[in-house]
Design a protein around this ligand. Structure first.
Ligand SMILES: Nc1ncnc2c1ncn2[C@@H]1O[C@H](COP(=O)(O)OP(=O)(O)OP(=O)(O)O)[C@@H](O)[C@H]1O
Length: 419
C-alpha cells in the first residue's frame, strides 16, 4: 500500500505531476432508454412560466428554422408583459463571442443561470459548450460581449490569488483532470495545500469529509489509475466541493463538463444522482415553506431550502485544472468594492434568501440523454455558437423546434449539418 500521507504540493508534485489528459471527444447522443425522473417538477414556478412563454414563441419555420430558433431564444421574456426577476441571476452571458484563431466558436451567446437552477447545456459536438463553461469559470475571456457574475462583469481571467466573496464557480472537467501521479487524497486536497495555510491534519479532515459526501470514504491512498471511471468522476466531484473554510459563506455554482461520458448506464446513474444529491438531498423533509408546503424535492426548493443550509458544509474550493496547470476556479466576480447592488438578494422574499454557502445551482454539459433526464431541469440548446432554444426537460420532449427534434432523434435530416 502506498503512503496515504498528504504532502505539501511542492514535494508532492516534484517530478511526479503529469498534465491531465486532454478532454476526449464524446460520442454523439445515443438514444438511451428513459429512466424515471425525480417525482416532482423541480423548477421554480417562475422559471417554468418563463420557459413556457419562450416555447410559445417558437414558430417552426421550414424556410429557416435555425434563424427562427435563434430569434426565439433571443426574444426577451418581457414580451409576455411580466419581466423576470433579476435578483436571482447568478451567471449571465450577454452576447458573448469567442474564437480560436480563425475558428469562430461562440457567436453572440446569451443566457442566464438563476439561483436554484439545474441547467443542462446541450448541442452538437464542437458547438462551444465546453468553451462556454470555461468562459463562465474565468479560464477564457470573451472576444466580445460580457460574462456577468451576480450582475458584475467578470474582469480578466481568474488567477491563483483570486477570491470571490460573492459567488464561487467550480468546474469539474470531463476527464476529471486528476493528477495521475498524486494520490486521491492529494488530488482532492490539492488546492487546500496550494492556497491555504491549513495544517495537514485539517486538510486531511476536509478531504475525508468531501470524499465521504461522494461515497468514497477511505480511498485517499489510492492512485487514479487504481480507480474505475465512475470513481474518478466522483473524486473530481469531491475535489470540486472540498471545503476551504475561507469561503464557507459563499454560495457556489458547480459546472460539470460531461460528467457521465464514458460511463456504463449504472455508473452514470450513480453520478447523476450524486450531482442532484450534493445539491439538494439534505433539504429533504427538513424545510417547510411558510405556507405549509414542503420544499423537499429539488432545485426548485432553492434558496429557502435547508438543503442549502446543510450543504453549506459542503461548500468549498473548486479546483479547476487547465492545460495541466491547477488553478483556482473561484470566480472572480469583480474587484471588491463593486458591491452586490446589481442583484440585491434582499429583493428575494425572506424564505427564498440563500443560505450561507452551498451549491446553489449547477450546470451540466452533456450528450447523454439519461443525464439530461435525471440530473437537470432546464435545457439551454447551443447551436453554431448561439442559444437557439431554452426550455424545461418536459418541453424538450414536446417542442416542435426543428433543431431540437433533429438532435433528440439523431436524424440526419434537418437543420443540423455535419461536415
Ligand atoms: N483552446 C483552444 N484552442 C483552439 N481551439 C479550441 C480550443 N478550445 C476549443 N477549441 C475548439 O473549439 C471548438 C468548440 O469546442 P468545445 O469543446 O467548446 O465544443 P463542445 O460543444 O463542448 O464539443 P463536444 O460536444 O464535442 O465536447 C472545437 O472545434 C474545438 O476544437
Amino acid at each position: 500500500m502506498r503512503t496515504a500521507a498528504l504532502q505539501r504540493p511542492a514535494e508532492a508534485l516534484a517530478g511526479r505531476c503529469r498534465p491531465p489528459p486532454a478532454a476526449a471527444l464524446v460520442a454523439p447522443p445515443a438514444p438511451l432508454p428513459r429512466r424515471p425522473r425525480q417525482p416532482s417538477s423541480t423548477l421554480p414556478q417562475q422559471l417554468c412560466r418563463s420557459a413556457h412563454r419562450r416555447q410559445r414563441l417558437v414558430a417552426a419555420s421550414a424556410a429557416d428554422p435555425v434563424q427562427t430558433a435563434q430569434q426565439t431564444a433571443a426574444a426577451p421574456a418581457a414580451s409576455s408583459g411580466s419581466p423576470e426577476p433579476e435578483a436571482d441571476v447568478l451567471i449571465e452571458f450577454k452576447d458573448v463571442w469567442k474564437s480560436f484563431g480563425s475558428k469562430q466558436i461562440l457567436r453572440g451567446a446569451s443566457f442566464k443561470i438563476r439561483r436554484g437552477e439545474a441547467v443542462g447545456i446541450i448541442g452538437s459536438s464542437g458547438t462551444g459548450k465546453s468553451t462556454t463553461l470555461r468562459l463562465a469559470a474565468g479560464l477564457l475571456q470573451p472576444d466580445k460581449g460580457v460574462v456577468l457574475i451576480k450582475g458584475e462583469p467578470r474582469r480578466g481571467l481568474i488567477s491563483d490569488d483570486d477570491t470571490s466573496d460573492k459567488l464561487k464557480v467550480g468546474l469539474v472537467f470531463q476527464s476529471g483532470a486528476l493528477f495521475d501521479s498524486l494520490t486521491v487524497g492529494e488530488n482532492v486536497g490539492f488546492l487546500l495545500h496550494e492556497h491555504t495555510s491549513l495544517p495537514q491534519s485539517k486538510i486531511q479532515e476536509l478531504v475525508a469529509e468531501s470524499l465521504g459526501k461522494v461515497g468514497l470514504s477511505g480511498v485517499e491512498p489510492l492512485y487514479p489509475s487504481e480507480l474505475s471511471g465512475g470513481m474518478k468522476k466522483r473524486v473530481a466531484l469531491a475535489r470540486a466541493i472540498v471545503r476551504d473554510e475561507k469561503h464557507d459563506n459563499v454560495e457556489q455554482v458547480i459546472m460539470y463538463d460531461e460528467p457521465t461520458a464514458g460511463l456504463d448506464p449504472v455508473a452514470s446513474t450513480v453520478v447523476e444522482d450524486l450531482i442532484r444529491d450534493l445539491h439538494e438531498k439534505h433539504g429533504e423533509g427538513h424545510h417547510h415553506e411558510p405556507d405549509g408546503g414542503s420544499s423537499t424535492s429539488s432545485a426548485s426548493s432553492y434558496a429557502g431550502s435547508t438543503s442549502f443550509d446543510s450543504l453549506a458544509s459542503a461548500n468549498g474550493g473548486s479546483p479547476a485544472s487547465a492545460n495541466g496547470r491547477s488553478r483556482s476556479s473561484t470566480a472572480g466576480a469583480a474587484p471588491s468594492g463593486n458591491g452586490t447592488s446589481v442583484t440585491p438578494l434582499g429583493a428575494l422574499p425572506a424564505h427564498k434568501q440563500p443560505p450561507p454557502g452551498g451549491i446553489t445551482s449547477y450546470i451540466v454539459v452533456t450528450h447523454q440523454h439519461s443525464t439530461i433526464r435525471r440530473a437537470v431541469d432546464r435545457i439551454i440548446f447551443l447551436h453554431e455558437g448561439r442559444v437557439v432554444w431554452q426550455g424545461t426537460v418536459e418541453e424538450f420532449d414536446t417542442t416542435d423546434e426543428p433543431i431540437v427534434r433533429q438532435f433528440a432523434s439523431g436524424s440526419l435530416e434537418g437543420p443540423i449539418r455535419y461536415e
